[in-house]
Each structure stands twice: as C-alpha cells, then as structure tokens.
Design a protein around this ligand. Structure first.
Ligand SMILES: [Cu+2]
Length: 283
C-alpha cells in the first residue's frame, strides 16, 4: 500500500470512530458531559408578504410540539380562532381553547397545542367570518383574494369520544356544505345529504402532507340533488377505514390548486369567495 493511502485509511477509520463515539472525540469533558435534550420538533406557518395568506393552508403537527408563525409581511396581522359552527364541533375543533393575538410585521410567534384536534385560525385584517355559512371569507380588497387568510392546524394524537357516524349536508339553493369540520372514529361513516337542486360532489383532494391517507368511495363521490333524486335529494354514505385528516371539495364549484394545496371557489359558486370544501377528522 502506498503510504498516502495508508494515511487516508487511518484518517477514515478515525472519522468513523468519532462518529460512533462523538462525545469522546468532540468533548473535552468526556464521559461527564451532560447530554443535550433533543429539541421538540417544530413546524411553521408563514404569513406571505405578497398574498398575506397563511402558508401552508393545512399544517400537521404532533401534540405538545411548538408551531412557529412567521410574519414575513411588514404589516401586523392577527391570529384569531374561527368560532365553531355547532356545539358538537367543540370536542375536536379548538379543543385547547381559543387564540386571539396580534403578530407584528417581521415578528415570529410560537403557539403550542396540548390537545389533539383541529385548530382553525384566521386573520381579521384580511378576512371576515360569514355567520350564515360559518366560514372564513376573504375581504374583497384582501391581497390574497379570493383565498381567505385562514389556516387549519391538525394536531395529531389519540382522540376519544368521536362518534361512529356523522352527517353533513349541502344547503338548499346554495353551493355550500353545512359544516366545515366533522369527525368520526376509525371505521366510521359519514353521510352527505343534498338538499339542493343541483348535483354536488365530495371530491377527496389529492394526498399531501400526510392528509387523505385512503381512497374514500370513488374519490369523486356524486351526491344527487333534488332534480335527480326527487323529492328530497340524494345521500352519499362514505366509510373512513384509516385514521387521518381528509380534505374534500366539490369539483362542480371549486378547483384544487396543487401549488397552494387548497381548493379555490369558482367565480359562479353561490357562496364565492368562500369555498365549497370540508374536512373529516378520523381518529
Ligand atoms: Cu357543488
């Protein structure tokens, strides 16, 4: 062996030794060094300087981890909990309590969530709660219009007390699902009833960021209206065999943007700029 190869061989095995026994190689205090605690995993949402939207729209974190909100805009923004549409949602929507704080331009805030569930926040400088449809609506002059400055945070963890069945409906004479959020236990079913004249869909959004872990129905899921299923409209029953968060929209009244990973309302949808969309939490 050439002497320089021999030296290289020694150096490589020395590095491997350091990697294996890092404390002994890198620390002068040797065996007495206090191991550093592994930092809690963090996740982040950015308020985009251009659109002033929360990015991403849906964030997935584990319970007891920290969520960092970075305001990359120069203006201050607000973080406010969206009120639950129905008392039955309170068990799984905003279960750690509500959020109401301001975040200065260029600032960072950390939020921690102790209880698993869904947290829905919006920025009232850019969007308003529509009390008829219980949804966040982008203000007409908002930078991100028609997208609303809203963020859905799924805090993963064991859930208890979720029902075996849940119901949602399509509101008569509207391109709207009654509830933004429903929840069922694993293996449970959801029923969507269509009180409207027109055909609507429960389209499962493309899978991303650990959402939508299973095919649900045929993923398109037609729900017949009163025209096709007289006199009271059709039902679609869907089974959710795999735990997770499912995000769906109606493709007759919204499109799915795979860059923003969120649905966008069609201009001619009756509740525009609000989106005909919803979430099913399965745990
Ligand atoms: Cu629709």
């Amino acid at each position: 062996m050439h002497p320089s190869f021999r030296r290289l061989g020694i150096a490589v095995s020395g590095m491997a030794l350091c990697a294996t026994f890092l404390a002994a190689c890198g620390s002068s205090s040797g065996a007495n060094a206090t191991p550093t605690a592994t930092p809690a995993p963090t996740a982040g949402i950015t308020i985009d300087a251009g659109t002033k939207l929360f990015t991403p729209f849906v964030t997935v974190i584990d319970a007891n981890t920290t969520l960092t909100i970075t305001n990359s805009d120069t203006d201050a923004h607000n973080l406010k909990s969206v009120p639950v549409a129905d008392p039955s949602e309170a068990t799984f929507v905003n279960p750690s309590g509500t959020i109401n704080q301001s975040i200065a331009g260029g600032a960072t805030k950390t939020l921690s969530f102790t209880k698993p569930g869904l947290y829905d926040i919006y920025d009232d400088t850019q969007a308003t709660i529509d009390t008829t449809f219980h949804r966040v609506a982008a203000n007409k002059n908002a930078a991100g219009f028609p997208y609303a400055a809203e963020a859905v945070i799924w805090v993963k963890g064991p859930m208890s007390g979720l029902p075996a069945t849940t119901k949602n409906s399509i509101i008569a004479e509207n391109d709207a699902f009654q509830f933004d959020f429903v929840a069922v236990q694993t293996g449970g079913t959801g029923v969507w009833h269509n009180y409207d004249i027109d055909l609507h869909y429960v389209n499962i959004a493309p899978s991303f960021a650990t959402l939508n872990p299973a095919k649900i129905g045929d993923n398109i899921n037609k729900v017949l209206g009163t025209d096709d299923a007289p006199p009271t409209g059709g039902n679609k029953t869907l089974t959710f065999p795999t735990p997770g968060l499912y995000y769906y929209f109606c493709s007759a009244h919204a499109d799915f943007d795979t860059t923003l990973n969120r649905a966008k309302a069609h201009n001619d949808a009756s509740i525009f700029p609000m989106v005909m969309e919803g979430f099913v939490l399965v745990g």
